[in-house]
Ligand binder design. Structure first.
Ligand SMILES: [Zn+2]
Length: 228
């Protein structure tokens, strides 16, 4: 929508310029001044309309860079636009579609609110993320696990909680901030997830423990930020 509006505004600026160029002299032969204010204003409005689009593209690239490292192969991230969010009835926070071969595609859509929360997280000092920001970072990790080929939700969720710290660090958090975010999700959010998203085999030494180096149940050396 912003892009269409910008095109309309730029076309209008072009139209004003064309009209001036075709009638540069009045009936007495005097040169008409270039309509700089009108053209400048229309061009500025076009740039303003495009700004959110540019910001979204930049955010998508940053999220895709981090997700690609977690997946281990290049993936793309699409942040839902205003128009897409307006017509979206789904309750999920992000999704990966299955390709023609039945396997998850290497691209994900993250819902508009979660992309905004991710953007807020990137702009924050990352030391005390809000619960929405924690959930948004986890959503990106969860979709990254799907893009790596895992389709089962409880398995995806358990693998994701073990990669959240890695994702937060890739987004710019320090190792301590990243682990804090992962623990907040594991302690406060994971237990409240629907039954088909959790597993009794998710925990230290259990079947879904990948024994990586950033599991949220690893030895706690710093207190969890529990101000949520
Ligand atoms: Zn899922």
């Amino acid at each position: 929508m912003n892009v269409s509006l910008a095109l309309v505004l730029l076309t209008a600026a072009g139209g004003v310029t064309l009209r001036w160029s075709l009638r540069r002299y009045d009936t007495l032969g005097r040169q008409r001044p270039f309509p700089a204010i009108s053209v400048g204003l229309l061009a500025c409005l076009a740039m303003a309309a495009l700004a959110p689009w540019f910001l979204r593209i930049r955010l998508e690239h940053r999220l895709a860079d981090a997700a690609s490292k977690v997946v281990g192969t290049p993936v793309s991230v699409h942040c839902q636009s205003f128009g897409e969010a307006f017509t979206d009835m789904g309750s999920e926070l992000g999704y990966v579609m299955a390709g023609p071969d039945g396997l998850p595609e290497k691209k994900t859509t993250i819902k508009r609110n979660q992309c905004r929360d991710l953007s807020d997280f990137l702009k924050s000092d990352m030391g005390a993320p809000t619960q929405k920001q924690v959930v948004a970072v986890h959503t990106l990790t969860h979709e990254a696990i799907h893009m790596s080929g895992v389709m089962d939700e409880s398995q995806t969720e358990c693998l994701a909680v073990q990669r959240d710290a890695e994702m937060a660090a890739l987004l710019g958090a320090s190792p301590q901030e990243a682990m804090n975010l992962a623990r907040v999700y594991w302690i406060y959010v994971y237990p409240r997830m629907p039954a088909d998203y959790t597993s009794s085999e998710c925990g230290p030494g259990l079947a879904l423990d990948i024994e990586g180096d950033s599991a949220p149940w690893d030895e706690v050396t710093t207190p969890v930020n529990d101000t949520l």
